[in-house]
Design a protein around this ligand. Structure first.
Ligand SMILES: [Zn+2]
Length: 360
């Protein structure tokens, strides 16, 4: 993901913070200032958010390490203000494995909460009556951290995608029926809860309404994605790739790239020299590049050198999921370091429509 700060690479997984995370910190500071907190108190609440997000990274690492154990590939974990996002390729499809992978993340927060409880008890108990839960103090820091970790677990147990509870539900259904049908049942259950949330929220708390709407949309998104993916299960990347794609040379100027974009209407270009790919330049990069840079800037300076590729025999369903879930503009199809073609969002949709029309 672009505009993110890289923190490290444990187990080969790149961990980074997305820039919008700074907005969350800024928001916390503004609220604290409005409440009249002093500098020390504000620093403490920022420290609390950072510590909480360490717990979120550990949660995602829990999912990731279990996934790796089952043969998945995990490239990165990105921290967003709404939580962590692990970029897992080939999520295990065996129900038991998906179940273990999902529970592993939740178990991490349970373990953290238990460790905190242990520390608090050896320090002389929880002392809940003396607590002021409105502001973070040195005294309630660990107790608050414990409760928030438990909240993370309960929130994630909401039985709907994209929450962990949706995955758990699908894994359980998958043990008795095929995965697509299981996903449909998981979707229906999630939406039932979503409607209940909205109704309850109208009387209790508007926040529940927001969660309900979010859950309702999330539930169908996962199912629709899967249904479309299912229709191209039998195909590989090479079946759908564009072979007469445009390439840009790394030394070409931004102005030239913009001109090529206008005349060829592509979602993005492969940047290559001597048949070897060096990066990706999306149409968005070009447009953003023109407003921030000199027209003479070279393609090399603004291209993404950190891009995904797939082999020609990779499953088309996997490519489709990569494009959908991670909003990737184009994916080069590469064999032995040589580029064979590209797949982008529009052409994979066309492929699906063509195949569906042929089967009707
Ligand atoms: Zn999770």
């Amino acid at each position: 993901m672009k505009y993110s700060l890289k923190l490290g690479r444990p187990f080969g997984i790149k961990i980074s913070i997305h820039w919008t995370f700074l907005l969350l910190i800024a928001w916390v500071v503004i609220i604290d200032v409005q409440q009249g907190l002093n500098f020390q108190q504000i620093m403490l609440s920022v420290l609390f958010i950072l510590t909480l997000f360490v717990c979120v990274v550990l949660h995602e690492l829990g999912h990731s390490l279990a996934a790796i154990k089952f043969g998945s590939e995990v490239r990165s974990i990105t921290l967003l203000p709404i939580g962590g996002m692990a970029n897992i390729r080939k999520i295990p499809e065996k129900p038991m494995q998906e179940l273990i992978m999902t529970v592993a993340g939740l178990a991490v927060n349970v373990v953290i909460a238990l460790i905190l409880l242990g520390i608090l008890l050896t320090r002389g108990g929880l002392d809940l009556e003396q607590m002021d839960f409105k502001t973070i103090t040195p005294r309630n820091f660990l107790t608050m951290l414990m409760f928030v970790n438990l909240f993370v677990v309960f929130f994630n147990l909401i039985p709907a995608f994209p929450m962990d509870g949706g995955r758990i539900l699908r894994a359980l259904f998958s043990m008795r029926m095929n995965r697509l049908k299981a996903t449909r049942w998981a979707k229906n259950t999630g939406q039932f809860f979503a409607v209940a949330f909205v109704m309850a929220g109208l009387f209790l708390n508007p926040f529940l309404v927001v969660i309900g709407v979010f859950v309702f949309i999330g539930a169908s998104a996962e199912y629709n994605l899967m249904k479309l993916g299912e229709s191209i299960k039998a195909y590989s990347a090479s079946d759908a790739m564009i072979t007469d794609y445009m390439e840009l040379a790394p030394e070409e100027t931004l102005e030239k790239a913009a001109e090529t974009l206008v005349h060829h209407h592509e979602n993005g270009f492969v940047v290559a020299a001597n048949g070897r790919i060096e990066g990706i330049l999306t149409s968005n990069d070009i447009i953003k590049g023109l407003s921030n840079n000199d027209r003479g800037t070279t393609v090399r300076e603004i291209m993404n050198a950190d891009y995904e590729t797939v082999a020609p025999d990779a499953s088309l369903q996997e490519v489709f999921q990569m494009i959908q879930t991670r909003k990737i503009a184009i994916i080069p199809i590469v064999k032995n370091g040589r580029i064979k073609g590209i797949i982008d969002k529009d052409n994979i949709h066309q492929f699906i429509m063509v195949k569906n029309a042929m089967n009707e």
